[in-house]
Design a binder for this molecule. Structure first.
Ligand code: EPZ
Length: 420
């Protein structure tokens, strides 16, 4: 396994272009199971997770190739309805093949995804939704087995104890597009990635309204055809690079950004005193001002994204004052706290809160990545720290950030890879 080594202190300067959104690509690739016709998806980032989903599509009978950001899925039957444990366990998002398999084949056998370090990751809302559409569900030896003679449109309330569910909304939407009649999803997830999936489904011939709002209406159709679609930019990668400029005192022009997807983050950074200029599809981020600490509470979109919580903690670790960070989506999503403290941060965990007392500077240290966004947080901390930081298990980082080393080196960061 490789580790990433960072010599901290460089002020990042220059231009960087954001890749396509991982969390839009994954369900959109799964949606190709709903048709036997060819599909073309553009702006696809070359990530571990993208390639995991392509492996699953191939196991389900699709011929799918990724070449220079473009996925071509050939005409051909969705032949297999079983998504095996060995594939689903490598990436829990693959659970979103359940809805399209049920929609297209009227049956599906999908491994339960299991939990991960950020939380238990239940699927009760997914199952509630597809049951409401008329599927018979059973759980056997770690698999969800769903079958139906026909799916019937229904009213589904998808709010859970932690609010809406992104992939449950995706699964129910993909099962409902070929159901008989109208489906209404109440308390649907509003994330831009859910809206992007709906846009792709509409291009395939689906009838969907209200995507991006808490109420989505789907009128079932008989057949979906192939389509071509370009993925929206990755708002979490954009947010991570915005913080990279702020935490190093840099000056970065970030291109291919839809800043309307970054409302809550930009609002918080404005409150902290950050200087961020909006351009046409771009943002200019200057880290030349001392910021002040701010409090963060993660919420479903359009609230502050949980996927930016760890990265924001890095910035607050070196910002004067006290910042209270409250995690309301995954209350255990604090694996990065102990690693940041090893670098000299002053962070105390109190249940779903982390109290961060900003320090002057962090010191480089050997640290370990535990999950995708924790690894991004440690990269930011390493960039800001004095001395050398080595981050082990960087396969976590490779899941969600395309060519991140290259992007950082082009911005002047001193980053290289070493064997563990
Ligand atoms: C998506 O995961 C994202 N992944 C996650 O990003 C993101 O953190 C999460 O949404 C929240 O925004 C993809 O889109 C591939 P949820 P998802 O269902 O859909 C609870 C990253 O770093 N819940 O919206 O699996 C759940 O435990 C990843 O890119 C239930 O209770 O998340 C959580 O507390 C990490 N029952 C909350 O809802 C369910 O049936 C939100 O989870 C489903 C979820």
């Amino acid at each position: 396994m490789d580790k990433l080594v960072i010599e901290g202190g460089a002020r990042l300067k220059g231009e960087v272009t954001i890749s396509g959104a991982k969390n839009a690509v994954l369900p959109i690739l799964a949606a190709s199971l709903l048709t036997d016709e060819p599909c073309v998806i553009k702006g696809v980032p070359n990530l571990r997770d993208t390639n995991s989903m392509l492996k699953i599509l191939r196991a389900l009978g699709k011929v799918a190739e990724l070449d220079k950001g473009r996925v071509s899925i050939c005409a051909g039957k969705t032949g297999n309805y079983i998504a095996e444990y060995k594939l689903v366990s490598t990436m829990r998002a693959s659970f979103c093949v359940l809805g399209p398999l049920l929609g297209k084949l009227k049956k599906a056998k999908v491994s339960l995804p299991g939990g991960c370090v950020i939380g238990v990751r239940p699927v009760d809302l997914h199952l509630k939704g597809i049951k409401a559409l008329g599927a018979d569900i059973s759980i056997d030896s770690g698999y969800v087995i769903a079958k139906t003679n026909k799916l019937k449109g229904a009213y589904v309330y998808l709010g859970g104890v932690y609010g809406s569910s992104v992939l449950a909304t995706d699964n129910v939407m993909m099962a409902a597009v070929l159901a008989n009649g109208k489906t209404v999803i109440e308390s649907a997830a509003c994330e831009p990635e859910v809206a992007d999936l709906a846009e792709f489904l509409i291009k395939m011939g689906a009838k969907i309204k209200g995507h991006g709002t808490p109420v989505i209406e789907i009128e079932g159709v008989k057949h979906l055809h192939g389509a071509t679609h370009s993925i929206i930019p990755d708002r979490i990668e954009a947010g991570t690079l915005i913080l990279a400029s702020l935490v190093t005192g840099g000056d970065i022009l970030i291109k291919n950004v839809q800043y309307q997807h970054l409302g809550s983050l930009l609002d918080k950074l404005h409150e902290a005193g950050a200087q961020i200029e909006r351009g046409d599809g771009s943002l200019r981020v200057k880290g030349n001002k001392r910021l002040k600490s701010v409090n963060i509470t993660t919420l479903p979109y359009p609230g502050f994204p949980t996927d930016m919580q760890a990265q924001m903690m890095s910035l607050m670790s070196v910002t004067p004052g006290i910042s209270v960070i409250t995690e309301k989506i995954y209350p255990d999503r604090f694996m990065h706290v102990s690693e940041l403290n090893r670098m000299g941060a002053h962070i105390q965990r109190e249940g779903p809160h982390a109290i961060v007392e900003g320090v002057k500077i962090l010191s480089g240290a050997p640290v370990m990545a535990s999950d995708l966004r924790a690894s991004a947080c440690l990269v930011l901390a390493g960039l800001a720290a004095r001395g050398k930081t080595s981050i082990s298990r960087i396969y976590h980082l490779e899941r969600g950030y395309e060519n991140i080393e290259e992007k950082l080196i082009n911005l002047g960061a001193k980053v290289w890879r070493e064997k563990e």
